[in-house]
Design a protein around this ligand. Structure first.
Ligand code: SF4
Ligand code: SF4
Length: 302
């Protein structure tokens, strides 16, 4: 039988914002959307890649020796990373003690990462937590994620999938039997605006929310709230969500602009960099929450 291989970005322990209780979150690589405000640019491409954080480099030269392709040079002027020579093997990141090099897209089997995902099982039981798969988009790697989730359910561990739901029914059906809660991003209801903001239309996303609801699956919705981008959509989102029967609650996630160094580390351009998008005030965020509450929707704040 062929091994199931996944591409992952990171595994974080003791997370408190990725579902109920204390959780371990597995971040997988690759996303079908390109949200203009994306905070995780290292998760967008499905390909493995190296992030170089120049401000952390101490010029030790360990990466020069580690790279078989001559992608790093260090001289009296300092360290230069030649991205065009990099084959994304990850060897240099293993020897960089300054954390100036981070490798995104390690290829792993579900069995390999299971011990890390189950290490905190006592904390899960005591806090009502468990394991969340996030991204990137987990459903892009639905076979890998379904197997990870199946192995977790074998140990009776609570599971959540954080997804944009831009996925085929086949991809979604693979994970449904092993997923307790779906954490679903809703960014806009207007189809054209959704396309402008994310690069994709939302028909399939809204249909998949209806599908999960009809199956009685628990759904927690997250609304990224970005002034001047999707802030005019709150009323329409509220009207839509008010009709979802198995909605556990909604979180409004106010925009922040702290991802600039991540984009720079990947030689990517932050789409909102030139637009002076303001951080929403507490009052603006609270007003958005109130509009949801006005439709009888439970707003989650913890
Ligand atoms: S190993 Fe890290 S700290 Fe050392 S030169 Fe390379 S990037 Fe800089
Ligand atoms: S990831 Fe591999 S190929 Fe790329 S710079 Fe590091 S060692 Fe060289």
């Amino acid at each position: 039988m062929n091994k199931i291989i996944g591409s992952i970005v990171n595994i974080k322990r003791f997370e408190i914002h990725d579902g109920d209780g204390l959780r371990t979150t597995l971040f997988v690589k690759g996303c079908p959307l390109k949200c203009r405000w994306c905070h995780n640019p290292e998760s967008i491409s499905p390909r493995s890649e190296l992030g170089y954080y120049a401000h952390k480099c101490i010029g030790c030269g360990s990466c020069v020796a580690a790279c078989p392709h001559g992608a790093h040079t260090v001289d009296q002027n300092g360290h230069v990373f030649h991205r065009d020579r990099c084959k994304a093997c990850g060897k240099c990141a293993e020897v960089c003690m300054a954390d100036a090099l981070l490798f995104y897209g390690k290829r792993v089997t579900p069995e390999e990462i299971l011990p890390r995902l189950t290490a905190d099982v006592d904390f899960y039981k005591n806090s009502g937590g468990g394991v969340t798969i996030s991204g990137g988009e987990p459903l892009l790697q639905s076979e890998f994620c379904a197997e990870v989730l199946r192995l977790l359910k074998e140990q009776d561990i609570n599971t959540a999938v954080d997804t944009c739901l831009f996925a085929s029914r086949e991809q979604l059906d693979r994970v449904i039997p092993y997923t307790d809660t779906f954490l679903v991003d809703v960014k806009a209801i207007d189809a054209e605006l959704h396309h402008t903001l994310t690069g994709q239309y939302n028909t399939r996303i809204l249909e998949n929310i209806r599908y999960l609801d009809a199956l009685g699956k628990d759904i927690e919705v997250r609304i990224p709230y970005i002034p001047g981008q999707n802030s005019g959509e709150i009323e329409k989102i509220a009207e839509f969500l008010a009709t979802v029967q198995h909605l556990k609650g909604v979180r409004v996630l106010p925009y922040h602009n702290l991802s600039g160094t991540k984009y720079a580390s990947l030689d990517m351009v932050y789409p909102l960099a030139s637009e002076n998008t303001p951080i929403p005030t507490k009052e603006e965020t609270e007003a958005a929450c109130d509009r949801l509450r006005a439709h009888g929707i439970k707003v989650l704040t913890k």
